[in-house]
Write a protein of this length. Structure first.
Length: 259
């Protein structure tokens, strides 16, 4: 078996005296398509930022591609929950994607011909090639999100992290986006933070439930018969996601849980 592309060992993180994550352990295998779910404030986004090297754990270790996170940032594509791009700003979809090729500390603003070729390829891959010269504010929410994913793809990442990529997108747009991600999963490992597990579940290979602690569920557990035994949870614990679609019928796979 190959080494995991992400290894998280006994990681804890606190902010202003409040424990966000406690003794988190996780190994993500190459080619996985993982859904990371859990309640708001449970630590999902914090865990993603730790994986990116934007935060440092108070305890434990994180290895990305067998290196410290900051050493592997060029191998990770990241689509944050909030993109912070003013839709009224006169910038094209192509310009947004080209931003993904800017390196920290590099003052070079002009892009080479090859940069533009790669940017166009990323837009084509996301079905947005025909919209490359349209202003970002003219696109629908789903189209803009595809552009932001294309921006993450121009660095040709081995791992793609997406934080709530279908927020403010209608159901059809969500379904179409997840199908595109499934295609991308043939080339890279994907981790999606989401509350839309019912739509996402036909495509995922594993689930990580995060609420201060982390419970990992490989695919064999998602399709097993004893669904209620997956999480060691108590009756008073809370988790907002209960349904996973496997085949034609949705199954209740996760009990309520809370740290």
């Amino acid at each position: 078996m190959t080494e995991p592309v992400v290894e998280i060992a006994d990681v804890s993180f606190a902010y202003n005296g409040r424990t966000i994550l406690r003794q988190v352990n996780l190994a993500i295998q190459q080619g996985d398509f993982m859904a990371m779910i859990g309640p708001n404030g449970g630590g999902k986004t914090t865990l993603v930022k730790l994986m990116l090297g934007l935060l440092k754990p108070n305890q434990g270790t994180i290895r990305i591609l067998n290196q410290a996170p900051k050493r592997t940032s060029h191998h990770i594509g990241y689509v944050p929950q909030n993109t912070h791009i003013n839709p009224d700003f006169p910038i094209s979809a192509l310009d947004v994607v080209l931003m993904g090729q800017l390196q920290p500390g590099n003052r070079r603003i002009r892009h080479s011909r090859q940069d533009r070729v790669v940017a166009h390829e990323a837009l084509d891959k996301m079905g947005m090639g025909a919209h490359c010269h349209r202003r970002i504010g003219e696109l629908s929410g789903g189209q803009r999100q595809r552009v932001f994913i294309a921006r993450a793809l121009v660095c040709e990442p081995e791992i793609l992290l997406l934080d709530e990529p279908t927020a403010h997108i209608d159901t059809k747009g969500q379904t179409d986006l997840y199908r595109l991600l499934k295609t991308l999963n043939q080339q890279m490992t994907i981790v999606v933070v989401s509350h839309d597990l019912l739509l996402l579940s036909p495509h995922v290979k594993s689930v990580a439930c995060v609420n201060t602690r982390l419970h990992y569920h490989p695919r064999r557990q998602l399709i097993g018969e004893s669904m209620d035994k997956i999480c060691p949870c108590t009756a008073e614990e809370i988790c907002p996601v209960e349904l996973v679609a496997q085949g034609l019928l949705p199954n209740r796979i996760l009990k309520n849980y809370k740290e």
